[in-house]
Structures are given as structure tokens and as C-alpha cells.
Write a protein of this length. Sequence first.
Lengths: 112, 895
Amino acid sequence: MFDPMPILRGNLEVLVLKALTSGPMHGYAITDWLERQAKGNLELVDSALYQALYRLEARRLVKPAWGITDKNRRARFYHLTEAGQAELRAEAARWNRYAATVTAILGAPATA
Amino acid sequence: MLPPKVRAAFRLALRRSDLVAGEVDDEIAFHLQERIDALVERGWSLHDATDEAKRRFGDATTERDALFAAARHRERRLGMLERVDAIRTDLAVAVRQFRQSPSFAFGTVAALALGIGANATMFSVLDRLLLRAPAQISAPEAVYTVRPRTAENMSLATVVALRDNLSPVASVAVQSFTTQLNVGRGSDAATARSVFVDGSYFRTLGAQPALGRLLSDDDARLPDGQLAAVIGFGFWQRQFGGDSTVIGREVSVASERVRVVGVAPEGFNGPGTRPLDLWLPLTLGGRLTFLGPRWATTAARWLFAVVRVSPGASRDLVASRAATIVRTAESRRVNADTAAMNIEMHSIIPYKEESLSPEARVASLLGAVSLLVLLIACSNAANLVLARTVRRQREIAIRMALGVSRSRLVAQVLTESILLSLLAGAAALLVATGGGALMRGVLLEGFVWDGSLVDLRTAGFIAAAAVLAGATTGLVPALSLLRRVDVAHTLGEGRQTGGPHRQHLLSALVVTQTVLSALLLIGTLLFVKSLTNIRGVPLGFDPERTAVVSLDSRTLRASDATADALFADLAARVAQLPGVSSAVVADGVPFDWHMRAPLRVPDRLDDSSRISVVNVSGATRSYFSTIGTRIVQGREFTDADDHATAERVIVVPTTVARTFWPAGDAIGHCLRLGADSMPCLRIIGVAEDTRESAIDDEGPPIPRVYVPLSQGRRAIVARVVLARVPAPTASTLARIRTVIQASDARAPTATVWTMQSRLAPEQRPWKLGATMFGVFGSLALVLAALGVYSVVAYSVTQRTREIGIRIALGAQTRHIFSLVGTQGAILGVVGVTIAVGGAAILSPLVQPLLFHESARSLPVYAAVALGMLFVAVAASVGPALRARRVNPMSVMRSE
């Protein structure tokens, strides 16, 4: 097993957006979801998540609302706005293209 | 907690900073709690789980602060976005409203556009006339002109005395009157407005050349100076296409060849407000003007001084020293003219002077008037907005019931008004452009007018005025909205309501409009009557039908027989033109250069104080019929009189005849012009008095006497051809010009003008007043009529039920008419009464601007009062007709 990798700056936002596609979540739920998806490969600092959430909120990509959890606690739930969904689509496409390109280059046979 | 969308929609309190901090803390606490729970579930001890949760969150203090900062940034950004959204929504709503009622939008925009446009026009005019100092003069606030109070100008000796003796309290420059000189030859020739200046002129004014150099002491060194010239920037562009090789070129100026040494800075016109094209050393004054060899004598009064008060010296000190110097210099003259001894010193910045030019005075008044018009326009627009707000009451009440805050509603109303007024501002730009052209034609002929009238300053003014007007217009309805909307009441009632409060507000606005427009109409009539009065003053000749042809031949030597032949030939040609009934050669005619001479009646030395000096004209047969002056006694000149060797005769005006021979027996007596050594001239005729100005500000006019042309002292007078032309004169003047050009090449370029054109400037203030008051007044009248109409119409809507009941109870049409008409009449009466009272109170302000007309003229007041009442009643006719058609049944049912 490898050491967990830090998330590159700017990549956290798109992951948060992805997390919210399944429905409104509060901050901890997003962390939990991301950790489970990353299977220990990504190193997540919790406060950075909130920074990312506030940035997304300021850009109106997510909208917060206070609600009550199953455990009857007051929590700030975030849900994806239409602009957030569009942003996620665009960012995901960009990431896929980028990753595919890098992967292709790295996998290319060495030439003289 | 409401979701932000709801919050935004209703503009509930924005989250404050502590609230935000609390939320962040709550969120962090929740997060840590969840994490600890999860770890404990996985078997961690509570203590270890707490440590781990904190570790994973990051450094407690710094992270918390960073999150606070991020949250605050987020709130600021969201707040801004919400405001932008709100404005966008308001604008969209406003545009939708305008689409729904385009006539309302058009009416408001038109009213405001006219009001703002009128103000912008007046602003730009006042800006030019009053606020701006003459261009390209350094520290203009220290520069003054010094002239004699009554006599025209000063002699060279006097200005030189000033120049030599005023230092160190002031430095002095010398400038001459403005004269038209021809620059160039043949078809390239152009007329240049020229002045003669001394070597210290440009230095004293602190002007820097645009090209080459300006005139120096060497150029104007007495007695001969140099043949040098500085040309104006505009003239350089127009005449030489801005070609820089003009420097050093020799050009013809009248009869001389003069070297161009430099170009004056752009916009420079010396200390005055009228444009100049050419500056010449004053040493050329003798060669280039009619003054001839006498230019340096004390008889030639053609110069004035421009002084720059030295730092540390006061204006009063300089004025008193200058007065002493001038008095000393003038009293050395043989025939010392006491009038020339008193000087006046004026700032070159117009608004600093108490004695403004008539144009500036009238323009100031018009500035105030245009503010009135803007007030009327605003109140009219407010009226429309208010009336519409009332109509939208139900909608507003519903929105309030839904929880929309009042401030939000006020913002909506204000957005609408400001949008309206910005549209109006755009339209006002057009109005101001048109108004500017009008002002240029009516008022500012001959004033310096570089660039467009609607410049950046004016555009800025329009923008500011538009926003202000929008806010004012929207404020009244907005405030009434805040106070008056009773949600339950309005929603409970099915019909339109407004209530007495709003009715009063509307009435007050309309009365204001009536008052203001009545005031303007009174002003209009006063100015129109002044204009009629000044046009009606008998001048003793017919300025409208007298054309004057003055040749550039003031430089032709009077002794030159060819000049005589030239003029005689010209007169003969002009006389043959169609429409011209006569043409004669004359010397020293009204409005042109004239000779003044002391008048002496032998054995009547004691009387000489009464009329000491007269203007002398050289005339020939038909002179009097050509210029339109009647001979009231005796005869006019014949061809036999017009010989140097004939008996010396004279025609005197009635004033002279009556003063010296009250019994009416002047004919046959003799008098002298000048010293006792001069021959005595026998009086052969008495002509009606003439005057060159209808205004008596400077004492009674100097009488004009007439001698046969060939007996006159031709050396110092100006010869012209006078022609009696049919009105309108334009085509005949053009024909005369053609005739002159067609004559032989020796003929210098001619100036052809009517005497009326010289009278126009003095009539201009009244013409301006009459025109602009007329424009503003009619504008105001239309606005006021609209106002009365809308109030009465509104009131009819309000009282529909009452009217319906009355009709049901058998009221006749005429009852309904008088019910509705009375309201309009009452508004009119109240407005007119206040207006007449106000006009009487304001009359001292206007009186100095009127000509032979009382500012409390009863006929004027009465005419305006009746007119306004008529308009008020007439404006009620429409609503009254509508009231008559009210159907009692439908009114009852709608309950």
C-alpha cells in the first residue's frame, strides 16, 4: 500500500461537486464519502474541505441549508445548484482529457 | 432559517459578521462530533477519538481563522451578487412596466428630457459666458482691462504713460480696437479680425506660441516697429491648413506685406470673449487703419490697457494709481475731454464682474428660468409616476402581503424613475444639441465658440441632472407609498382608491406647475414687449433698408483722386442694381468710423456747454432720402453744394437747432466746427434727430451734423457707399458684392452690411429673452395643462362612484361639467394668484433687464392670468366628457 497523496489545489472542488450529485450532504458526510471512494489513497485535511465548500458557495455552485441529521443534530447541508452541475460536467470532461493525455504519454514506448 | 433565495427575494437582513462566525463554529463543532462518533464506533477511546478528530481537522486556531475569513469573503461576494440580481430584477420589472404603458413612459421621458435639455443648454451657455476665463492666459484672475468709462478708448500717449508708470504694482499690455483686415490677395483673400498690440502684450498675458514666436518689444518698438504678425490658431488652420511653413512667409495684410512670425496658442483670443485672427504691432496702426499719420496723436483714441496685477499688490491699489496716471496724461491735452479721465477696470473673467454683458445677464436669468422648467418637468413626471403608483396599488399591496419589504418596493419605484430619467438624459443630449444651435444663432453670434456646444462638461451635467431628477421624481411617490399603503384595506376593497392625501399631493404639484408656468409666461410677455419697445424707438433713419459698402480703402489716401473716382463709380453701379432705389457716397455714417468736432456758435459762447461736440457726416444729394432721415425744415444738399469752392453750408439736427435757436429760426444762421479760425457754416436745413442706439445708458446721443462731402475733412473720416435696398436685404447685398468683385482688379475687397446688423447686438438680449422665455414658457404651459388634465382625470376616476350616483339621481350633463370644471378652475385660480403675487415680488430682479417696460405691467399680468385660467378649464374638458359618460349601473354593480 502507498502513502496517501495530498489532493492538488483546485481538485478538491470538483470532487466535492461529484460527492453532492447523489443528494444534499453535510460537510462530514462529504469527507466520509470521499474517504471511502479514495480507499485511503488521498490525504484529506478536513478544514480544506470547508474552504472548498465556501468557495463553491461564493460562486453559487452549491447552496447551503441548515437541517437536522438522523442523529438529530443541526447541520449545514449542501446541495448542488444547476450552475454546480454544469461546472462538474465541464471539469470532469477536462480532467478526463488531461488524465488520458498524460496516461497516453507516460505509456508511450520510448523512442530515440 | 429561511433559505437564501427566500431571503434574497424579500431582502431580509443580510447575515452579519457574528452570525457568520457562529455558523462556522457550529459547523466545525458538528464535524468534530461526527468524526468522534465514527471513531468511537470503530472502537477508539473517546479521548483518542477526540485527539484524532482534531488532528485531522488541522490546526485549531489558524484553521478556524482561515475559515472565518473564507466565510466572510463568501458573504461579501454573495451580498454583491444579490444586489446585482436585485437591480437586474428591478430593471426587468421596470422595462416590463414601460412596455405595458408606453404612453406613460413616453410622457415622463419627454417631460424630463425637455427639462434637462433646457438646463443643459443654459448650463453650457453660462459656462462659456460666465465661468470660463479667456483661454491660454496664465493666472487670468490677476488680469484686468483698463478703459475710459465713457469715451471709447485711450490714445497712445495715455497707454504708454500707464505702461511706464504702473510698475511695480502691475505690468501693462496694450491692445487696440478690433478691425477687419484683408489677408492675402484675390480669391485667396480672407477677412481677419485684427488687433494691434505692443511688445509686452503676449508676455503680460503669459501666452506661449503654438508655433514660431509671439510679438516682442522689437516688433513694436516706436516709432516704426517691424512688419511682423502673429496669426490665430483657428485662422492658421482655416486659412493655411495648419501648414507649419507659414512661419517666415510674407503675406499681404491690407496694403502692406507682413511677415508671419508665429501662431498664437489654440483658443487664445486675448483678454476678450470675441474671436481674433491676427495680432500686429501697434506701430502698424497708422499704415493699416483709417487713422493714418495721426495714429500716435492724442486725437487717436484707439487703444486700451490690459494690466496684470503684481503678486502682493491689490486690485484697488492698481485701479487708483491707474486713475491718477490717466487723469494726469489726459489733462495735458489741449481740448481735455473730462469724460476720458475716469477709467474703469474690469476682470477678464466674466462672472467676477458686477457689470456683466447684457447677454450674460439675460443668460443668467435664463439659467434660473431653465431650473424652473426642470422643476416643472420633475413635478410633472412625479405626477405621472404618482398617479401610476396609485393605479398599481393593488399589486403593491399584494406584494407587501407576501412579505416584500417596503424598502424593496421603494427601490423598485426609484429604479423605475431613474431608468426613466436616464432615458430622458439621452434624449436631453439631443435637446441640448438643438438648443445649442439655437443659442448660438440668437445669443452668441460673434462670441468665441471653439468646439461643440455639448461637450464633456455638459454631458456630465446632463448625467448628474438626470440622476437627480430621477431620484426627485421617484421620491415623492416612493415616500407616499411608504406612508399610505394599508394592505388589508386595499385588498379588501375591490375598487381603486387613492384617498384625499394623494389627491392633495397631486393638486399641490399641479398648482406648483401652474405657478411656475404663469411666471414664465409673464416673463415672456415682458421680454416680447421690451423687444417691441426697443425696435420702436425712432432712430431717425431706416436701418433695415440701408446697406453700407465699406471698402478696405481706408488705407487709400484721401487725397488720391482715384479713390474719389472709385467710389463715384461704385455708387453709380450699385444704384443701377434692381431694387436699389438710390446709392450715394458718404463719409462717416452711423455705426462706422466718424469724425467728432467741437461745435461753436458765434456769439453764443455761453451755450456751448449744452452741446459741445457733434459727429460730422459728409453727405451729398439724396443722402437723406437714401438713409431715410427726414428734413424737417429748409432743404437738403444739391449738387451745387458739393464743391470745395462752393459756399460752406451745413444741415443740423433738430436738437441743435432747438438748443441754439429755440424760436425755430435756425435756417440762415451760421456755426463753426472746431476752432474760431474755421469758416462759419451757414445752416440750410434741419434734419430729424438720429441716434445709433435705442439705449440711453450713456447719456443722450451725440448729435450728428452734415456737411457736403467735398467740404468735409476727409483726412480722418471713413468713406462708404450707402444704398437704399428693399427688404429682405440678403439677395440685394449678395448682388452688390458681385458688382464690386466684377469691377476692376484694383478694387480692394469690400464689406457689405446693413445698419440693422449693427443694431442687432443691442437688441439681442431682448430677442434672446423673448425667444427663450417664449420657448420655456410654452413648454411650461403644455406641462401645466397636462398636469391639470391628469389631476382632474384622476379625480374623476376617484369619484366615479359619486358621479354615477349623481347621474342616477338625475344630475344633468351641465351639473357634471361644472362639478369637474370647477376643480380645474380652482387649481388655475390658486396657481395664477400665487404666480401674480410672486411676479410682483420678483419684479425688482427682472426690471433691470427690461426695456421701457414695467416688470409689474398690469396688462401683462392680466393677460397671463386669463390665459392660464382658460387653459386650466380647457384641460378639464376631457375628463368632464368622460365623467358625463359614467354609467350609473356599472358603477353600482362593481361595488
